[in-house]
Design a protein around this ligand. Structure first.
Ligand code: ZN
Ligand code: ZN
Ligand code: ZN
Ligand code: ZN
Length: 260
């Protein structure tokens, strides 16, 4: 602690620098407009440059960072805005580019998406090429888990669901408190209730699917070990003797009293 105490002022200054930007007043890299926007927040671009409105949307479209938070310089301070407010569209199915088969009349769907840095409102354009691929599965292909299987309005990133799974296993933290942290990250000044019930439903489905995968049921393990009860999600101890798996009956019958 003493070694830190000597540097408290310098450390505090470097943290406070985040409230300011040394390039304020400069023009954006495109050379057309003033750089007033920056990527900030818990998850952000490593490049901390200031951009104009068009360029900051372009940087995040090409870098596929739809869940970064954006701030705008007002003249006296940075104010929270969002990629959605600046016109960002999330296109599914074409590496971030618009689907050539989407009708120009079809408007994007405004969705609430939960990520590890809170909730986001994003306008999503679904791909219209693959008629057999439903909207929920298109979302899953982009690692977004839908909150419902019928015209989903909300989704959660796979990263968020994995994070919750690890946190709840290690700390036994409740979903209510986990969601409260997400709500706080979304808008600390005016926290609003978000998708708690949807998150509860999705985490239960996510956990079930994980256990089906981990028990081998998703890979048809019953076909390889027919001696086990069909469809079982129980974990068998791999070193305990199990006939037809790691020992055969003759070996057990011929074993001495201390062999097993
Ligand atoms: Zn960013
Ligand atoms: Zn620009
Ligand atoms: Zn398409
Ligand atoms: Zn065992």
């Amino acid at each position: 602690m003493a070694t830190f105490a000597k540097e408290f002022l310098a450390l505090q200054d470097s943290i406070l620098l985040k409230a300011y930007h040394r390039d304020l007043g400069a023009t954006c890299a495109c050379g057309k407009f003033a750089g007033l926007y920056r990527c900030a927040g818990i998850e952000h671009c490593f490049d901390n440059s200031l951009y104009c409105c068009n360029c900051i949307v372009q940087v995040h479209s090409s870098g596929s960072h739809p869940f970064h938070r954006i701030e705008k310089w007002t003249g006296s301070h940075f104010e929270a805005t969002s990629l959605n407010d600046l016109g960002y569209l999330l296109h599914l199915g074409h590496h971030g580019q618009p689907c050539p088969n989407v009708s120009s009349k079809r408007s994007p769907r405004s969705m609430t998406i939960g990520h590890t840095n809170g909730y986001h409102t994003l306008c999503v354009h679904f791909c219209a090429c693959h008629l057999t691929l439903s909207e929920p599965l298109q979302l899953c292909n982009h690692e977004l888990f839908p909150a419902s299987m019928n015209q989903p309005q909300s989704a959660f990133t796979f990263s968020l669901l994995d994070l919750y799974h690890y946190i709840t296993l290690a700390s036994k933290g409740s979903l209510y408190d986990f969601n409260a942290s997400l709500v706080e990250m979304t808008n600390p000044a005016f926290p609003q209730d978000h998708r708690y019930y949807e998150l509860g439903r999705v985490t239960r489905v996510w956990t079930h699917l994980a256990s089906v995968r981990r028990r081998g049921q998703a890979h048809g393990i019953d076909d390889f070990i027919p001696s086990r009860r069909k469809g079982s999600l129980a974990i068998r101890c791999p070193s305990c003797p199990e006939i037809h798996f790691n020992v055969d009956l003759a070996e057990i019958l011929s074993a001495g009293p201390f062999d097993l």
